[in-house]
Design a protein around this ligand. Structure first.
Ligand SMILES: *Cc1c(COP(=O)(O)O)cnc(C)c1O
Length: 827
């Protein structure tokens, strides 16, 4: 291929408002086929998306050609989730054509904001883990790294949440209903995926045994590509998502029997595999379809990766010099066995050679220490779906345990603990152990989390190989989470320190000198106020609830989970309510406490917490005695687009997980970057945020991870806290007696029982008093707007470390060993 292929003339490249306007009109006629008078806002959205897509396309093709010519080491990020959100605004900003687009649409009589809001939020993920994958892709493209995302093109993403009578209702997310202008179907990129069947061995004359996986039920995986534009628009990387298609062979069996209708019905059933994202965050349910999804996308991705490698290389020896594969949690951990199968069974490599290649290719990111979130599969289920892979895992395990035995002679128990097979709980495959054994590097996502990995769940592995587990503190992309979400603040920053912060977030430290600058502070406060006014407007529009932009916006947004302790926040809210009613604190700072987040559909207690938030809100918001001093809001359907609206309006960021439970958190980073002060525990990345922004500029409370562990060991008695803290007792008694659910006094018994009868696993009662006291410090500081703003500015200034660019540079250097392929040194 020639880089300057004479056949290609790019005609849709103009970046001026006039060029864009021409493209819009062109697409309205030739892509949409409508006159301006009949075009809807959604039609104009399509036109704008296609206009931007055109401009990405040539850069995308150039990038792929650049990689093809340079044949660099590539990195493949395998993730069952990509929570990318909307693409248009991000693409316009990364190409720096947003102003031109605004002007062009204005000339055509269209409202830019309204048009941009037409886009569906692509929610192919649950929460932090999926959003991390999206931020990482943005950073890889911005850094000119040859990075590819691989995942599943779910037809239905994360459910849409509505609230009815205070309760969460789930609706299917039919995000492809109006088509998706960002995806390019690649019907020719198609791989067979096998399931079930059995394994037969053939002995060759030379004595070698080959394994044939036969009588399988087959599916096809078809590729859809989406462009990932880096900032500045030079590099546009690729995310490839797989969709399940039935095989033609499979149909034929039925067609030959003349059973046309059944054949087509069956075809639909096999295509169900990529139908829907599992909506469970941090619990593992061991469902057959889930295992099949995992294998489906792993097998397709690995086949694709090996095919790409083979275009340049005749032997497999250099595979680890050309391919790095990151496993985002254990969801793609079956990759280890599938790579072995492909190399040994399909490409006839010896076991030893294949294993040497495999363990130099993979690395694994752990995202949780919580036992209920660690994936295991029943051996019997696994054996029926992936019989050959079970054999491979047994062999990997046997050889691994040999090594362990040599390393720890005489220690029988350690074999049991480190085995990939858990023999005690009905024989299960521990996917984290498979991922660790098959990887050269394993990483945690914040310092504390990594240390806890080494000292608790993976302590044996750490003793076995002390170099394998390393830390890579998470980050977020400043393009979406500041430049795009908070244009007011982005502009203020750029006015004062230039625009380089967009790709070098460390530059934000230069803002420190403005923390005491009166004019800067005034503008900073005005921007926050304007963001709050907009959020208040949204709350009014969505919920018909008036909130005061002058009140303190206290924001708690994330998945609803006991460990994240939304319930502790509610206990404080009720405490505050009681204090206001008693007149204890007559001039308490007015507050608006805003919650948002989805509960897993099967997680009854999390749903109960959502209902409690709404019931408490109902009582408080309608109590005339409160007189606007306290409002409680539950904003439905937390997703990336709503996060982009809420975060810039936050004064206070609630990061109050029980210490030792939140691996990193990234919501904490987004909020601090947007000038919110954090009230939080010493958990996850909160600790590192504190190191960067200074202890004085955060509100830290509660037990440390060590103290929490000690307390549990000593025998934690939540009832003692209940008896000894009068305010706490009153609050719990109100909930228990139906104060917030007069029609159904028993409604919240499950919550009370979890706290008082079932041991309060997340230590809410132990942290309650300190939390409430810490909130008093928040009130006191908010009473001094200059001081508050000063600290908020110092938070923004200290957040440079938490750019995902920094994280990705660390991965590239310490794990993947990949280098940028930029336009100058590329082809
Ligand atoms: C950042 C983000 C998360 C993760 O939030 P945490 O507070 O780290 O749990 C979840 N969902 C969405 C939509 C996000 O943008």
């Amino acid at each position: 291929m020639n880089q300057k292929d004479p056949i290609l003339h790019f005609q849709r490249a103009g970046m001026g408002a006039g060029d864009i306007q021409e493209s819009l009109s062109d697409h309205l006629t030739y892509s949409i086929s409508k006159y301006p008078v009949t075009a809807t806002s959604h039609d104009w959205y399509e036109c704008l998306a296609l206009t931007i897509r055109d401009r990405l396309a040539e850069r995308w093709m150039e990038t792929m050609q650049r990689y093809y010519c340079a044949d660099p080491k590539r990195v493949y990020y395998l993730s069952l989730e990509f929570l990318v959100g909307r693409a248009l605004g991000n693409a316009m900003l990364n190409l720096e054509v947003d102003d031109a687009c605004k002007e062009a649409l204005y000339e055509l009589g269209q409202d830019f904001e309204k048009v941009v809001q037409q886009e569906y939020d692509a929610a192919l993920g649950n929460g932090g883990l999926g959003r991390l994958a999206a931020c990482f892709l943005d950073s890889m493209a911005t850094l000119d790294l040859p990075g590819y995302g691989y995942g599943i093109r779910y037809e239905y993403g994360m459910f849409r949440q509505s609230i009815d009578g205070g309760m969460q209702v789930e609706h299917p997310d039919n995000w492809l209903r109006y088509g998706n202008p960002w995806e390019f179907p690649r019907p020719e990129v198609l791989y067979p995926i096998k399931f079930y069947g059995r394994v037969v061995d053939y002995k060759h004359e030379d004595g070698s045994v080959h394994h044939h996986w036969i009588d399988t039920e087959d599916l096809m995986a078809m590729a859809y590509d989406m462009p990932v534009p880096g900032y500045g628009g030079k590099t546009v990387n690729n995310i490839r998502l797989w969709s399940a298609k039935s095989t033609r062979d499979f149909d034929l069996r039925y067609f030959n029997q003349g059973n046309y209708i059944e054949a087509v019905a069956d075809k639909n059933e096999s295509e169900n595999l990529s139908k829907v994202l599992y909506p469970d965050d941090s619990t593992e349910m061991g469902r057959e379809l889930r295992l099949k999804q995992q294998f489906f996308f792993v097998s397709a991705s690995l086949q694709d990766i090996l095919t790409r490698y083979r275009k340049h290389h005749a032997s497999w020896d250099e595979l680890p010099e050309k391919v790095a594969i990151q496993l985002n949690d254990t969801h793609p951990a079956i990759s280890v066995a599938e790579m072995m199968r492909l190399l040994v069974d399909m490409h006839r490599q010896t076991w030893e050679h294949a294993w040497s290649l495999t363990t130099r290719i993979f690395s694994y990111t752990n995202h949780t220490l919580m036992p209920e979130a660690l994936e295991t599969w029943k051996v019997s289920l696994f054996e029926s779906i992936l019989p050959r892979h079970l054999q491979i895992i047994y062999q990997i395990n046997a050889e691994f345990l040999q090594d362990v035995m040599h390393h720890f002679p005489g220690d029988q128990d350690i074999l049991r603990r480190m085995s990939i097979i858990d023999e005690e709980h009905g024989r299960r495959i521990r996917m984290s152990h498979l991922a660790i054994v098959g990887s050269h590097t394993v990483n945690g996502v914040a310092k504390l989390h990594t240390e806890l990995m080494k000292s608790t769940i993976f302590a044996d592995f750490h003793r076995f190989n002390s170099d394998k587990i390393i830390n890579m503190t998470n980050g977020i992309t400043p393009r979406r989470w500041l430049n795009q979400a908070n244009p007011g603040l982005a502009e203020l920053i750029t006015e004062h320190i230039g625009k380089s912060w967009v790709t070098q977030l460390d530059k934000l430290t230069e803002l420190r000198k403005f923390a005491d600058d009166e004019t800067f502070t005034r503008k900073f406060i005005a921007i926050k106020h304007e963001n709050k006014r907009k959020l208040a407007q949204l709350i009014d529009k969505r919920l018909g609830l008036a909130v005061d932009p002058d009140s303190l916006f206290d924001i708690h947004i994330k998945r609803i989970h006991e460990y994240k302790r939304q319930l502790l926040n509610v206990l404080h809210v009720i405490t505050r309510y009681n204090r206001i009613r008693c007149g204890t604190y007559p001039d308490l700072t007015p507050r608006t406490v805003i919650f948002a987040g989805k509960a897993a559909p099967g997680y009854a207690l999390a749903k109960c917490i959502i209902r409690l938030i709404n019931d408490v809100g109902d009582i408080i918001n309608n109590d005339p005695l409160i007189d606007g001093k306290l409002k409680v809001v539950f904003l439905p359907n937390y997703d990336v687009s709503n996060a982009e609206r809420i975060i810039p309006a936050a004064d206070l960021s609630e990061q109050i997980s029980t210490a030792g439970t939140e691996a990193s958190g990234t919501g904490n980073m987004k909020l601090a970057l947007n000038g919110a002060l954090t009230i939080g525990t010493l958990d996850g990345a909160n600790i590192e945020i504190m190191e960067e922004v200074g202890e004085d500029n955060m509100f830290i409370f509660g037990l440390t991870a060590q103290e929490a562990d000690d307390l549990r060991r000593q025998g934690y008695r939540p009832h003692d806290y209940y008896e000894q803290n009068h305010e706490l007792k009153v609050v719990l008694d109100m909930i228990a007696s139906g104060f917030f659910s007069p029609g159904e006094p028993q409604r919240y018994q499950p919550i009370i029982d979890a706290l008082l009868q079932q041991g309060d696993r997340y230590l809410l009662l132990a942290d309650y008093a300190d939390y409430v006291k810490c909130q008093e410090r928040v009130d006191a500081l908010y009473g001094d707007p200059q001081q508050w703003a000063r600290r908020a500015i110092l938070n923004v200034a200290g957040m440079g470390k938490f750019s995902s660019d920094r994280t990705i540079k660390e991965y590239a250097e310490k794990i993947w060993h990949v280098k940028p392929v930029s336009c100058d040194n590329g082809a």
